[in-house]
Design a protein around this ligand. Sequence first.
Ligand code: SAM
Length: 227
Amino acid sequence: MRFDVLTLFPESFNLVMSDSIIGNARENGLIEINTINIRDFSTNKHKKVDDYPYGGGSGMVMTVQPIYDAFMSIVSSVGYKPRTIYMSPQGKVFNQKMAQEIKCYDHVVLLCGHYEGIDERIIEEIVDEEISIGDYVLTGGELPAMVVIDCVSRLVPGVLSSEDSYTEESHYNGLLEYPQYTRPYEFMGRKVPDILLSGHHANIEKWRREQSIERTLRKRPDLMNKG
Ligand SMILES: C[S@@+](CC[C@H](N)C(=O)[O-])C[C@H]1O[C@@H](n2cnc3c(N)ncnc32)[C@H](O)[C@@H]1O
C-alpha cells in the first residue's frame, strides 16, 4: 500500500516512521510512505506557501498553488487521482472501521495543513474525505497523518506477524481487548489468573471474551451502546 503525504514538514515522518513495525514494513516493501514537500512547488520567489486570510483574522492560510501543483505531480506520475484525505479537526473522527475502509485503497494521499489551515477551494477541488483524530486542535496535520498511516499499515497483510494480532485487539469487534499477562507469574503479590495456565483453550477463550465484555462495560460503556 502506498501513502503519499503532502506536508510542509517532511522530516518529521522519517523521524517517527522508520523504526519498529512500520520501519520494517517499509523496508520489506509492504508499505510505501513518500513525503512531498509542498514548499518545493511554490512558484513564489521566496518559496512562500501561505498568505493573510481574506476578511481579516489571525494567522496565515496555506495557499492553493503549491498544494495543487504538489498534488498534480502525484497524479501525473501515476496517471490517476488517488484517494485524497485532508487531515482536519473538522473531519469525521477517525476509528478502526475507517482504518479498514482506507486499507481497501492501494494508494492514498494525505494532505497536512498548518497555521490556520488551507484555502477552502483546495479542499473542494482535490479532497475526497476529511479526517480528524479527535475533537481538539493541533498545530499541524503531520501527527494526525502519522496516526492514520500507522493504524492502516497494521492492517496490511504481512505487516504484523499474524492477522490475530489485530483481529483480537481493542476496537476490532467493538470491544476492548481482554487483560494480557506475561512473565513473571507473580509481581508485588499479584498472580497471573490461574485459567491462563490451565492449558484449556476453550475455557481461556471463554474467560477472555467475558473479560472483554466486562472491561468494555466498565471503561467504555459508550462502545456497547453502539450496537
Ligand atoms: C491549527 S489547525 C487549523 C484549524 C482550523 N483553523 C480550524 O479551526 O478548523 C492546522 C492544521 O492542523 C491539522 N489538524 C489540527 N487538528 C487536527 C485534528 N484534530 N485532526 C486532524 N488534523 C488536525 C489540520 O491539517 C489543520 O489544517
